[in-house]
Design a protein around this ligand. Structure first.
Ligand code: ADP
Ligand code: ZN
Ligand code: ZN
Length: 738
């Protein structure tokens, strides 16, 4: 028999490359590329992924170690997934193992608590030693003859005790595998009747354009700029029908679970069981089920959040990113990928068409859809419902204050709510802060109570608990000031709970629901609240950005923004863009049914351009203004950014590390004459989180290549024993500069 060598990517974060191992005779023909194995590494055994096999030793004269155990009989990933993982690792500067695990996704999870089947572990050394273990010998014979029995069946067939099986599992002679079962629906929602809609002429035009490109070899990328309620989803659905008709498959990404209930029911109404739903609230078992349905071809339509972009489909015809501007498409841990970039990459490999849909496209995407750019623009400028976009009024809270009304609500907003309630219509109130009071302060000495681990004030919740919204630290609110012992503790800043409480005072008869991270902690809670509001079991829905997205509720005629300034003053060059998006999106929830809608926005800065343009529903105007700003200040989309965050428990050390890296990078930029500019070092806006001090460096450059070069330098250079202790993360195209 010929020699066989396996290239193995070991699951050890500090090792970036792959290693080679000898395939022992007992495993010859069984080890395949895509299987997991156990391999010796120093004195340990570690899990590894076989990425390739070869008959020649990579280097002659080297004594290669043997693969110890084969963990999978069937590959858990294929060559396409491996190529994608390599691309991901290179694109986002993460290790290949991390990238591969991200790509493989739920296929690696076993189904907890489900029917497991038992298999013998085939080892190169042949049959394990069963001398003086007749019971185990018996089990071994039975299971080798009938691999894949359940534990119950095996116990019965071999006539042994349950604990004996445990012993054999612990010895590694037997292993369990989770088998495919009849999968159930992963997201039970009330099914909608299939509607036969007559497309508007705008929808018709967009669809025609998409369908004519579907047939082409390089179908391209479309930016579907459609105002809220313009019927974007209907365009997606029809395009997908066409794709399915050609025997191909579709992926539809949505930003958050909050969006899913209505999307899910519309997709299920159209495609029935052909839809697999992948969202963050799924248990591992259900996620695994859905993954299996996708892999075996039962579900050619995948609807899901960010990671669903890795769904194991074989022939993708179309990929849709709904609300493409949303931040949640960017993963904030390694690999720090953006689903949009991955979608473009996957689409290129499948010759699939990409649709990026939004009422408020990101500056990056919209600039690429300008004349001459790489994307093609499609527009849906009008609503499909009887009423056009609702009028938006900015309410100057400075004037309210001056006239002595210093509460949460302006008089105008209170009046409007009262009127809508009288007419039995529904109201959505948006405030981008959860909890009750956003800071707790001593009125005597001015102390603001902060999280002991983060540089952030604690938020008071109406349970009497103060919480850190970064690390979730919780403590009960003090009766006396921890510094000066005075009892003058005050609660300031408004969160959703306080809004809810005040609403109940002003409108005691009204049904009020709250939708935020606190009210939706329990699985399914989100959907219950949403359903209750949809069925008009409540009149007012108050919530964080969860209420701004995608809800299509015809009964809502008034939307109130309690404080539009919160996002506007974030220390981030995207603050204006975010604010414009949030206001436009939440405004889009009003007046989608038979009654006319209205939007009231409370702000202390009613002259700010992002609010003024949002109030006019003027995306183009906003884009032009913001685009000019970005050009002036050299921010994306005119440059690309790279960000390096250093974190550690000793502030001086982190500061020294930041200075060191800034020096090294500036040196490299100068020596190689690289077209890049380094900003910083500076403390990150969130200067301390979870007891770690944070500093950051931001690099600007025209192209990603030079950024990747600089970030890779940081990743691969050893700064010496002292600074080695710091945590370093590198991020290409960061969405978040906190
Ligand atoms: P968007 O995603 O652009 O905000 P949706 O796709 O959610 O808009 O559509 C809003 C509502 O209009 C949905 O209830 C949808 O069923 C309905 N709708 C879509 N297209 C049409 C049409 N051509 N005629 C009538 N109603 C439509
Ligand atoms: Zn005090
Ligand atoms: Zn904290």
């Amino acid at each position: 028999m010929e020699n066989m060598f396996a290239e193995v990517l070991v699951d050890v974060k500090s090792l970036s490359g792959s290693l080679h191992y000898f395939v022992p005779a007992g495993l010859a023909g069984k080890v395949q590329a895509g299987c997991r194995v156990l391999v010796p590494l120093q004195s340990r055994r570690v899990v590894g992924y076989v990425v390739s096999l070869s008959e020649q030793a990579p280097e002659s004269g080297v004594n290669y170690k043997e693969i110890a155990t084969l963990l999978d009989e069937e590959p858990v990933f294929n060559s396409h997934q491996w190529e994608l993982a390599c691309w991901l690792a290179q694109r986002y500067l993460c290790s290949k193992v991390t990238a591969l695990q991200t790509v493989i996704g739920p296929a690696l999870h076993s189904r907890p608590g489900r029917v497991k089947k038992i298999y013998p572990v085939l080892s190169p050394q042949g049959e394990p030693d069963f001398s003086r273990q007749p019971g185990q010998q018996k089990v071994w014979q039975v299971i080798c003859q009938h691999p894949g029995m359940t534990r119950k069946e095996l116990v019965a067939a071999a006539g042994v005790s349950d604990s004996l099986i445990n012993t054999m599992l612990a010895r590694g002679i037997l292993c369990t595998r989770i088998e495919e079962r009849t999968p159930r629906c992963s997201y039970p929602v009330p099914r909608q009747e299939k509607q036969e809609l007559k497309l508007s002429s705008w929808q018709q035009m967009a669809l025609l354009e998409i369908e004519s490109h579907l047939k082409q070899a390089r179908p391209g990328v479309f930016l579907l700029h459609g105002v809220t309620g313009s019927g974007k989803t209907e365009v997606y659905l029809r395009a997908i029908e066409t794709v399915l008709g050609e025997g191909r498959q579709a992926i539809v990404l949505v930003p958050e679970i909050a969006l899913t209930p209505q999307m899910v029911s519309r997709f299920q109404a159209r495609f029935g069981d052909k839809v697999a739903v992948l969202h963050s609230g799924l248990s591992d078992a259900k996620r695994y089920d859905e993954w299996q349905r996708i892999r075996c071809g039962a579900a050619p339509v995948v609807l899901g959040v960010r990671s669903a972009i890795f769904a194991p489909l074989s022939n993708i015809g179309i990929i849709v990113l709904d609300e493409e501007h949303e931040n949640s498409y960017k993963q904030e841990e390694s690999p720090r990928y953006h689903a949009r970039d991955v979608a473009l990459q996957i689409a290129a490999r499948h010759n699939a068409l990409v649709v990026l849909g939004s009422a408020t496209p990101s500056l990056e995407s919209y600039s690429r859809a300008l004349p001459g750019g790489p994307y093609k623009k499609l527009v849906l400028p009008q609503r499909v419902t009887p009423h056009s976009l609702p009028p938006v009024f900015l309410i100057d809270m400075r004037r309210e204050l001056k006239s002595g009304a210093g509460g949460i609500f302006s008089r105008r907003l209170l009046e409007a709510i009262g009127e809508r309630l009288e007419m039995q219509e529904q109201v959505i109130l948006f405030l981008n802060r959860r909890g009750y009071a956003t800071f707790v302060v001593c009125r005597e000495c001015g102390l603001v109570i902060k999280c002991p681990y983060c540089d952030i004030s604690l938020t008071y919740h109406n349970s009497g608990i103060m919480r850190c919204h970064y690390c979730n630290f919780a403590t009960s609110a003090p009766l006396n000031c921890p510094d000066c012992q005075s009892n003058q503790i005050g609660y300031f800043g408004t969160g959703t709970q306080k809004v809810e409480e005040e609403l109940r005072v002003y409108f005691p008869g009204a049904g009020v629901l709250r939708l935020d991270a606190d009210s939706t902690g329990r699985r399914g809670a989100h959907q219950e609240i949403f359903q209750a509001f949809k069925e008009h079991r409540a009149d007012i829905l108050i919530g964080t950005q969860m209420v701004t997205k995608g809800l299509d509720l015809p009964g809502v005629t008034l939307v109130g923004v309690v404080n539009a300034d919160i996002t506007l003053h974030m220390p981030d060059f995207r603050a204006a863009e975010r604010t414009f998006q949030l206001i436009t999106q939440v405004a889009g929830r009003a007046g989608r049914g038979q009654q006319k809608g209205e939007v009231l926005v409370q702000t202390f800065t009613p002259d700010h351009y992002s609010l003024v343009f949002a109030a006019r529903h003027d995306y183009e105007g906003f884009f032009k203004h913001e685009y000019a700003q970005r050009r002036l200040l050299s921010y994306p989309p005119f440059v690309r950014l790279g960000r390096i965050v250093l974190a550690g428990t000793e502030q001086e050390e982190v500061e020294a590390g930041a200075a060191y890296w800034a020096g090294r990078l500036n040196e490299l930029i100068a020596i190689k004459n690289l077209p890049a500019v380094l900003l910083g070092p500076a403390p990150a806006p969130l200067a301390r989180v979870r007891n770690r001090y944070r500093y950051h460096l931001v690099v600007k450059a025209r192209g990603a290549k030079v950024l990747r070069q600089l970030l890779a330098f940081v990743r691969d250079t050893d700064p010496g024993p002292q600074l080695r202790r710091l945590l370093i993360s590198v991020d290409l195209d960061p969405q978040n500069l906190m």
